[in-house]
Design a protein. Structure first.
Ligand code: PEP
Length: 249
């Protein structure tokens, strides 16, 4: 399918990067690029909480949507340092990342906690992007499908009726920030496996995006794979030019 017929989700995860000044430059570059080269694809940027007000002010009415990189599984109350779904919604977020591998790895987030966060996001009308993926050791042990099935299970158990708006991001941990993207064939194979899991759970329409060292050079080949419905981009989303090359891929 040509890009004019098919809307992909092209999502930038800024991680713990940015400043008021650099965000302004980055977003101005993106908006200018989109003005020169309009796209049917849906762009989303995920910023640290403290910048959400800035995104709301700079992106309202534009073609770029925005989201938070995490949320609390709790509604409100005595959870110092946590940020709720209702709070990020007040800043115009329509999206939220859930279960990024850096949250799983550095903050010991369990599959059960991540499923609770997905439920909380959906309850508040946010679209959760559930990140799943195997580590290098799991990849070498050929445990990818087992790991993905385990990570997906508690979320799919919420029931298809509860999962309207869900997006899955397949991000092999060994490909994140490594400069070593999965091959298009491997990504296509894993996306097909995720698709089968989704179908089995009655969630056939849920988009599945790929993440892990996506850039302007490798995006086209990844997008040519069936069921690669877009990309979650880390490092390359910090450059307007590079992100726009992925949009054009
Ligand atoms: C990510 O942070 O989700 C990611 C995929 O990072 P990178 O594109 O830098 O590998």
């Amino acid at each position: 399918m040509s890009s004019s017929q098919y809307t992909r989700l092209l999502m930038g995860n800024w991680k713990m990067n940015g400043s008021l000044a650099s965000n302004q430059t980055l977003l101005a570059g993106l908006l200018e690029g989109l003005e020169q080269q309009p796209t049917n694809h849906q762009l989303v940027v995920f910023a640290p909480y403290v910048f959400l007000a800035q995104l709301q002010s700079l992106l309202t009415g534009s073609a770029i949507q925005w989201g938070a990189q995490d949320l609390s599984a709790h509604e409100q109350g005595a959870y110092t340092g946590e940020v709720s779904a209702a709070m990020v919604s007040e800043f115009g977020c329509q999206w939220v990342l859930v279960g990024h591998s850096e949250r799983r790895q550095h903050f010991a987030e369990s599959d059960a906690l991540i499923a609770a966060k997905v439920a909380q996001a959906l309850h508040h009308g946010l679209r959760p992007v559930l990140c799943v993926g195997e580590t290098q050791a799991e990849y070498e042990a050929q445990q990818t499908e087992q790991v993905l099935a385990r990570q997906l299970a508690p979320v799919l158990a919420l029931g298809a009726g509860q999962l309207q708006g869900l997006v899955i991001a397949y991000e092999p941990v060994w490909a994140i920030g490594s400069g070593r993207s999965a091959s298009p064939e491997y990504a296509g194979q894993v996306h097909a496996f995720i698709d089968a899991q989704l179908q089995q759970a009655g969630c056939a329409g849920v988009p599945v995006v790929y993440g892990g060292s996506v850039n302007g050079d490798n995006a086209g080949a990844l997008f040519a794979q069936p069921r690669v419905d877009g990309a979650l981009v880390g490092g390359a989303s910090l450059s307007a030019d590079e992100f726009l090359r992925i949009v054009a891929a």
